[in-house]
Every structure is written in C-alpha cells, then in structure tokens.
Design a protein around this ligand. Structure first.
Ligand SMILES: [Zn+2]
Length: 246
C-alpha cells in the first residue's frame, strides 16, 4: 500500500508503527522539512520538502527564501520525491494581500521544481482552479493532494487530468460523496492514495494513521469494480512512474 501524503511527525509513534507499506511524509516548513528528512532514514519512508501556503502567509521574506534554499538542497536526497506540500489555501485565507503573497511564492516554488525536474505535491483547498491556472505555465509533474473541489469539481478535475496531473484520493473518501465521484471519473493510472494523517480520519476519531489508506484502496476497488490487489499494484506502478523508476 502507498500513502503518498502524511504528516506522521505531528503524532508520537506514528512513524515507527508503519509496516509493510510505503509512506511519503510531507514537510510544511523549515523545521518539519528537517524532521521528515530524518524520518526518511526508515526504509519504507520517503518525504517531500515543502512550504505550506499558511506558512507562507505567516513568515517573513527572509524566512521564506531560506526555506526555498533548503527545499532545493533536500531535493537532492534520494528519498525526496519532490516539492510539497505547496499551493494555495483560500479556506483559511481570504484577504487579498495574503492570497497575493501565497501566489507569488507558489510561482517561485513551481519554478524551482521545474528547474530541478522534481514533481510537486499540491495543497489547493478552495483554490483548485487558481492553482491549476498558475501551474499550467510550468513543465512539471504534479500530485493534487486530497483533491476535492467544492465548486465546479468536474471542471477542475478535467483540467487537472488534461494537464497530466495525478489525483490523490484520501481515505476519507468512505464518507465523502464528492470524492467518490472524483474517484469514479479519474483513471486508475492517474490516481494516488493518501491519508493526510493525522487529519481527515475516515473513522472520525481525529486519529488518522497511514495504515488507514486501506480504506481508500477498498473504496476505489469497489467503485471501479476491481480487486483490492489490482488497485494497490497500479498505484505502486504510478509511484514508480512519478519517480521515473519505470
Ligand atoms: Zn497535508
């Protein structure tokens, strides 16, 4: 099984409990990028080095520049799958100044990913179409993490798929009708599975863990009329494809 997007570092013991699966731990800022690098010393753990849009709003220009340099360096590590999470967040940020700052640094981070030929892992909460509109000018591979647009989901999904991006389906799909439609309309070859642990717990206990990605795989299998193993193995293939290991 693959959980392509988790933040185990937020919860004690989460990372040590990972067995028989691959997890990509996702950094949010300078400090957590260092933590996920450390976690990736564990065999089945990869990481992505990022700067969350909410952090972009909070930090000074100097702190942001320092983090962008760090991300560039971390991307040279063989366990680093790419730049993320990065993106735009209009759920927590509605102020124009804050949004403009997010967009400015989102472009810088996309430029970086393009220049070092690394994939990006995208946070696009309530900002899916704006994210995609910015991203389309870059020659990049992208994973749209926990992709569940509230507005115009079909338009946003088609645009992401037209651009060749991957759609990552979180385990909370078991409780979300919109995600079920998104999974139905996304080819398995363009799909990933994730938990966003410790957030988005499908069991509703605020206690999400990477092993719960099995719920996403089960649900996708049900929707597509396939076996669990067929979905699991295609998603593993997609991961190799993303990392250019095929
Ligand atoms: Zn996340």
């Amino acid at each position: 099984m693959l959980d392509i997007h988790a933040h185990c570092f937020m919860v004690g013991k989460c990372i040590e409990e990972i067995r028989d699966m691959i997890v990509v731990e996702s950094g949010l800022n300078y400090e957590t990028n260092e933590i996920v690098l450390e976690e990736s010393k564990q065999e089945n753990v990869y990481f992505s080095a990022g700067l969350h849009p909410t952090e972009v709003v909070k930090l000074s220009e100097l702190e942001i520049e320092k983090t962008i340099k760090q991300i560039k360096n971390l991307c040279e590590n063989s366990k680093c799958i790419g730049v993320g999470e990065i993106g735009l967040d209009y759920y927590w940020h509605k102020d124009k100044k804050e949004i403009d700052k997010q967009k400015h640094y989102f472009r810088k981070l996309l430029e970086l990913a393009e220049s070092i030929k690394k994939p990006v892992i995208i946070h696009s909460r309530d900002a899916e179409l704006d994210c995609l509109e910015i991203m389309e000018s870059y020659n990049i591979k992208a994973v749209m993490h926990s992709f569940m647009p509230k507005k115009d989901w079909k338009i946003a999904l088609n645009k992401a798929l037209d651009l060749g991006y991957y759609i990552s389906i979180p385990a909370i799909i078991v409780k979300n009708k919109r995600l079920k439609k998104i999974a139905r309309d996304t080819p398995l070859e363009k799909m990933f599975t994730e938990t966003d642990s410790p957030f988005l717990d499908p069991e509703g206990n605020r206690n999400n863990r990477p092993y719960k990605v099995k719920y996403a795989i089960e649900e996708i299998a049900k929707i597509k009329g396939l076996d669990f193993e067929e979905v699991e193995s295609q998603i593993d293939k997609n991961f190799n494809e993303l990392l250019n290991l095929n």
